[in-house]
Design a protein around this ligand. Structure first.
Ligand SMILES: [Cu+2]
Length: 174
């Protein structure tokens, strides 16, 4: 009598254990089938739209940029860092990066800029500028973020008096 009672108890235990395991399996399956739904969240198209390009432009005590051309794509967000790798002070060897609208006369712009010493040689009475860094001296850096303009070729220059004849380049938007 006692033995058979034990046997049936064991049988019940075995059945419930089996049920428990199969229940667990079902739950696991549901979790797995949920995962692909989460992965279908569209991420890629947005990432392409918010395409960012990082540009590093170095300038020196020898009154030079290390890039004469900068290439970006239309619509890109440009994160440009200007470094002054020299040691000379801002008053004698200051540099900046000024991106100008198409058709801007560089000589005329520099003439205007030379009168804007208190504003870091960035004239405030002009609509010729697309983007610019601040004026920096030896050992300094400045980073700016701007949207690339429409396709085309643009001029960039340093507006510190006397620098643009050497410190200039082409900003190509493709
Ligand atoms: Cu300069």
């Amino acid at each position: 009598m006692y033995y058979s009672k034990f046997k049936s108890t064991l049988a019940i235990l075995t059945i419930s254990a089996t049920l428990f395991v199969s229940c667990n399996k079902t739950e696991e399956k549901e979790v797995v089938s949920d995962t692909p739904v989460e992965q279908t969240t569209p991420v890629t198209p947005d990432a392409a739209k918010q395409d960012t390009i990082k540009i590093t432009l170095n300038s020196t005590d020898k009154m030079q940029y290390d890039l004469s051309e900068i290439d970006v794509n239309e619509g890109q967000t440009v994160v440009l860092t200007l470094h002054h790798t020299g040691t000379m002070p801002i008053a004698s060897m200051g540099h900046n990066f000024v991106l100008l609208k198409q058709g801007t006369d560089l000589a005329k712009f520099e003439e205007k800029a030379s009168k804007a010493q208190k504003d870091g040689y960035i004239p405030t009475d002009t609509s010729d500028i697309i983007a610019h860094t601040k004026l920096i001296g030896g050992g300094e850096s400045d980073t700016i973020t701007f949207k690339a303009p429409a396709k085309g070729t643009y001029d960039y220059m340093c507006s510190f008096p006397g620098h643009y004849s050497v410190m200039k380049g082409k900003f190509n938007v493709k």
